[in-house]
Design a protein around this ligand. Structure first.
Ligand code: MN
Length: 200
């Protein structure tokens, strides 16, 4: 059976300061993200045991745990990759053109995304929706409530309190502004190219 593992951060823990502190990245990556990886593995073990024993009474709960923890793992991995000490600026190339096409302008996309991040009880996502062949912003509660079938996240912003409260207190808006200072548009563009290539 496959065992999921916590990927290392793609930069040092203090690399995103002053926008995100070393302390927050330590807790967020090593404790919270690790917790989702452990929760996913443990739920898979329960499912495998139940299948062997033919007793499925605890399987629906374990399946829910796969969804919650697996989604947490996937989104945190994208969130880490989306950031860089050399971030900031605006998207370029094919991604910039697609944002203009699907949202009208970069400013319209950004306004909608920031509103989504202010309202979410979990995550704001920019996704490629393969069903309607367009980019969309999603408002996600927890890690999975508000998911759209057929959509593939290319940009993920964690707005759980553990993501910003230590650095910004209740001022989530300030955190969202600072996220844009470390947002690595090259990584978002790579993810956009990878996912759209699968549906050509
Ligand atoms: Mn988180």
């Amino acid at each position: 059976m496959s065992e999921y593992e916590l990927p290392p951060l793609p930069y040092d823990y203090d690399a995103l300061e002053p926008h995100i502190s070393e302390q927050v990245l330590n807790w967020h990556h090593d404790t919270h993200h690790q917790g989702y990886v452990n929760g996913w593995n443990s739920a898979e073990e329960t499912l495998a045991e139940n299948r062997e024993e033919g007793d499925f009474s605890s399987s629906p709960g374990a399946i829910r745990n796969v969804t919650h923890n697996g989604s947490g793992h996937v989104l945190h991995t994208i969130f880490w990759e989306n950031m860089s000490p050399n971030g900031g600026g605006e998207p370029a190339g094919a991604l910039a053109a697609r944002i203009e096409e699907d949202f009208g302008s970069y400013e319209a996309w950004k306004g909608e995304f920031k509103a989504a991040a202010s309202a979410a009880g979990g995550w704001a996502l920019l996704v490629y929706d393969s069903e309607s062949d367009q980019l969309r912003n999603l408002v996600v509660d927890k890690h999975d409530q508000g998911a759209l079938w057929g959509s593939h996240p290319i940009l993920a912003l964690d707005v759980w309190e553990h993501s910003y409260y230590y650095d910004y207190g209740p001022d989530r808006g300030d955190f969202i502004e600072n996220f844009f200072e470390v947002l690595d548009w090259d990584d978002v563009a790579d993810k956009y190219e990878d996912v759209t290539a699968k549906f050509e």
